[in-house]
Design a protein around this ligand. Structure first.
Ligand code: TXA
Ligand code: MG
Length: 321
């Protein structure tokens, strides 16, 4: 069957001015796609109640399967209209919202969220971002906003507006330029549909979450494409090959350093994991721009934000089809 071809869009770059913020909100309400900064990475936003708008998110990203999306709201009060907030959810939300934590919670029947957002599941992944421009956009739009990371499927997530343009120019209506994302790595995803379960490491360390709920999390970190593990393995991929835990650099390789090593591109010369997370995707984009064909990565500790950094790098290093 012939697929309809979506006409190229004239992607606008919007600033943080009130008039541009108005435009961004109006585009969302009109069913358009607006990329916007969050503290983690840039999201590609659509009105979560509008099935056509959500379908065009999948189309713009070239996302092969209808993997459920995270819905963004400005406050826990707004979240309560969409999901059942349990006591544990309440505790996590008051500790980490607004911020880099996504909670998977039972969806309310009257939520109005498009089934394309949840891929038909009875749960919803929801988060309250802290970024001022994200907050502003969510308040202006006044609707729940579904937003995956604003990159073509399988590629490196964007932490600057120009990364969004490099990947999605002509496929989305606008990007709100809010400079660099401070956390730089996606949100941590915890499911509270059953026992508290870690679905994705991210910007809030697992250690902090376990301390907050005074219990260990069940681990199930393969939820990104539960039905297609092969596709899941390769993700966050730069164009070059990636070799991890490299203590030496071989011929033809460019080193992505961590700590006091001799590397032009270094995630954190002082070995700081927070700085390394903030720089990770920016460095991978930079390596793409340099045309690096073979990337060697220094060893990175696996505690705290190191868990999320190693997770993303493992996927970047996974064999590709
Ligand atoms: O930091 C972030 O989380 C960014 C910013 C834009 O908020 N968003 C993001 O979205 O990383 P995305 O689509 O790239 O990742 C969403 C993840 C997917 O792995 C998806 O499988 C999972 O959330 N997910 C969404 N809804 C779910 C649900 N109901 N149950 C389990 N996993 C879910
Ligand atoms: Mg993503």
């Amino acid at each position: 069957m012939k697929r309809s071809v979506t006409a190229p869009k004239n992607t606008k770059i919007l600033s943080d001015s009130p008039s541009d913020s108005d435009r961004a909100g109006a585009i969302l309400l009109d069913g358009g796609l607006v990329a916007f900064p969050t503290e983690t990475v840039y999201g590609l936003g659509a009105d979560a109640r509008n099935g056509l708008a959500v379908a065009s998110v999948y189309e713009a990203k070239g996302r092969p399967s209808f993997n459920p999306l995270i819905v963004h709201v400005p406050s826990i009060e707004a979240a309560r209209a969409l999901v059942e907030v349990s006591d544990v959810a309440e505790r996590l939300a008051s500790a980490f919202w607004p911020g880099a934590l996504t909670l998977v919670l039972p969806l309310k029947a009257e939520s109005g969220i498009s089934k394309l957002v949840t891929a038909g599941l009875e749960t919803l992944a929801i988060r309250v971002p802290s970024h001022a421009l994200a907050q502003d956009l969510l308040m202006r739009a006044g609707v729940p906003v579904a937003a995956p990371s604003a990159n073509p499927s399988g590629r490196v997530s964007p932490t600057q507006a120009q990364h969004v343009i490099a990947g999605l120019d002509g496929k989305i209506d606008a990007v709100v330029d809010g400079g660099r994302c401070t956390v730089g790595i996606e949100s941590t995803i915890i499911s509270l549909a059953g026992d508290p379960t870690l679905l994705r490491t991210g910007g809030i360390p697992v250690e902090a979450i376990e301390a907050c709920i005074c219990a260990p999390l069940t681990r199930q970190e393969h939820a990104e494409t539960p039905s297609a593990p092969g596709q899941l393995a390769s993700h966050y991929a730069p164009k070059g090959t990636v070799r991890l835990n490299a203590d030496t650099v071989e011929g033809g390789e460019t080193l992505l350093g961590f700590g006091p090593v001799d590397a032009e591109i270094n995630l954190s010369p002082s070995g700081d994991l927070i700085e390394a997370a903030a720089n990770l995707f920016q460095c991978l984009h930079q390596l793409d721009q340099m045309g690096a064909e073979h990337i060697a990565v220094s060893p990175i500790p696996t505690h705290d934000l190191g868990a999320a950094i190693n997770d993303r790098l493992n996927r970047a290093a996974a064999p590709r089809d």
